[in-house]
Design a protein around this ligand. Sequence first.
Ligand code: CDV
Length: 311
Amino acid sequence: MPRILTVAAAQLGPIQRADDRGSAVARMCALLRQAGANGCDLVVFPELALTTFFPRWFMEDQAEVDSFFERAMPAPETQPLFDLAKELAIGFYLGFAELVEEEGRLRHFNTSILVDKTGAIVLKYRKIHLPGHAEHEPWRAFQHLEKRYFEVGNLNWPVTRSLGGVLGMAICNDRRWPETYRVMGLQGVEMVLIGYNTPRHNPPAPEHDRLSEFHNHLAMQAGAYQNGTWVVGAAKCGVEEGCEMIGASAIIAPTGQIVAQALTQDDELVIARCDLDLCASYKETTFNFARHRQPDQYGLITARAGAIPPD
Ligand code: CDV
């Protein structure tokens, strides 16, 4: 019997600042119902899926910043998502801003959770590659202040056995870095779940703008193929507070091929039947890590962050 996981990338259109969590959760519940009607086992929602993408604004009032964060998960506003998913027996990935007291202080993380079919949180991940900048840069058309509002995640990239496979998570900018997939690949991951918010315009490099969707798929397809894993990318997209973010949510096979992709920049379910056993022929041949990797030769990867070219 092949191990089929029917998965949906639940792309969300824009969430404006005036939209409350209740309306975001209602939209996600509508997508969950569609997923249930289509026999889905797992639904992947975007990064920071409960609010507008607030790092686009410079805010000095910490209470204003904190208003975008969740102090509990689930909380009264998010409980309906957990209840419906449990009723429909669907697992889900949810991205949100996490405010937690840890090590005796308040800490802010860009977080995702994996919830299984019983409604239990079975995996948590905190975003490690935080893009953008920490100080106000008024020359930009909009800010990208993830380095100001979040700490670097402290959970590494854990994977878990759930829903019949080995599942892991990443968040947005993580998908552009090969290390993300390889750390999970070394734990035998069979499906990597990724939510994202990707503005089309890149203020420091506007020459990249026309390639945004290409780079989105290029990175996820490479991560899938090179690690023999499925990859599911779910966007929050469309024009949010005047800032266009790309859609192109996609489900990618271990072959590196895109098997399903979003057509809109709005709420849309992208569905595929994913055979987890398809991972094996890549993990056991071309990317048989135990047989072919040479970790002794990779020391620079963990010893050095920035490139140092020769004199
Ligand atoms: N939310 C993100 O991490 N966005 C980045 C943008 C800023 C480049 C991304 O990698 O899509």
